[in-house]
Design a protein around this ligand. Sequence first.
Ligand SMILES: NC(=O)c1ccc[n+]([C@@H]2O[C@H](COP(=O)([O-])OP(=O)(O)OC[C@H]3O[C@@H](n4cnc5c(N)ncnc54)[C@H](OP(=O)(O)O)[C@@H]3O)[C@@H](O)[C@H]2O)c1
Length: 315
Amino acid sequence: MLFKTLASAVFYGRFARAFSALGYRQAARGFSATPFDLTGQRWLVTGASGGIGKAIALEANRLGAQVVAVARSKNKLDALVSEASAPERLGIEVCDLSSLEAISDWVGRFQSSASGPVDVLVNNVGVLLNQFVLTDEGIEQSLATNLLGPVLLTRRLLSEGGLSTDSTVINVSSGGMYATPLELDSMIAPDPQHFDGVRAYALHKRAQVVWTHHWNSVHPKGPVMQVMHPGWVDTEGVKTSLPGFRKVMKPILRTPIEGADTVLWLGAQRPAPPKEGIWLDRAVQPEHAFSMTKKTRVSVEDLVAYLDEALAKFL
Ligand SMILES: NC(=O)c1ccc[n+]([C@@H]2O[C@H](COP(=O)([O-])OP(=O)(O)OC[C@H]3O[C@@H](n4cnc5c(N)ncnc54)[C@H](OP(=O)(O)O)[C@@H]3O)[C@@H](O)[C@H]2O)c1
């Protein structure tokens, strides 16, 4: 308990300024004032009915892109269309992205009616769950949503022509990943009796970073994959999953559009992906902040082998 409290104090002390709205607003002083022009681009954004995903979808639409927004709630997606600057360029798709079968079926349907590869895929969907829940496929729900679903979606889109070598995939990770090294056993099979949703989430988000760099090493000609984190953003997800954190931090949480900024910038500017590191506020930051997260007993190959095995039936 004492260790956990101390670890939290170190974590928040280290990141409070950079991850809050203070960090964003400081960084934004150096941003160009020229608006992005996404005219002619096709974007596919997951988890787009609320929070950061909604901000990404609406802003990409406003900046000229054709956007497909994916989430579970048809009502929330309908509301998204009513808020869009150009509703004729905003498509909505209902899919439970924690279900591997649903993703697999959806990609097949989407690709059969698609007019070509998307320019930008934003793997934004992500959840931090405080309860241990298994999906119908027997996978812990946040693992399915945060890691297995996005990996399956990306790989299936690639194999079915939904991504080209010119496409960019943007994975939305989290600064929470700074708390942990890559670990597989506790990520794949968390103890249901002592489930720690914050730790599970950190493990998924660390794995996303490792997977991103691996992807670029095996796809040198593209599609390019980027991994970023949005900082601390005031969203429904934070309100539900981390009510205590939100209560204390609310005055300095970022707005969803501030959290969305680096995704929009990456999609508009298409910088080369770094071999290491994670984007925050349009700049690459180290992917380790504490030496203990560099020490791991598992390798990127172990992670890839796990992903291959877990997704084999759907690839
Ligand atoms: N907010 C932060 O401070 C923060 C910090 C670091 C990283 N992030 C990351 O940023 C991303 C977005 O976070 P957020 O705070 O905006 O989340 P949020 O407010 O909880 O919104 C999540 C979105 O994902 C959708 N969603 C959830 N489960 C889904 C599923 N199984 N299938 C399809 N859609 C699903 C939700 O819509 P439906 O209910 O309609 O499905 C909603 O549109 C996540 O990857 C998160 O880890 C957020």
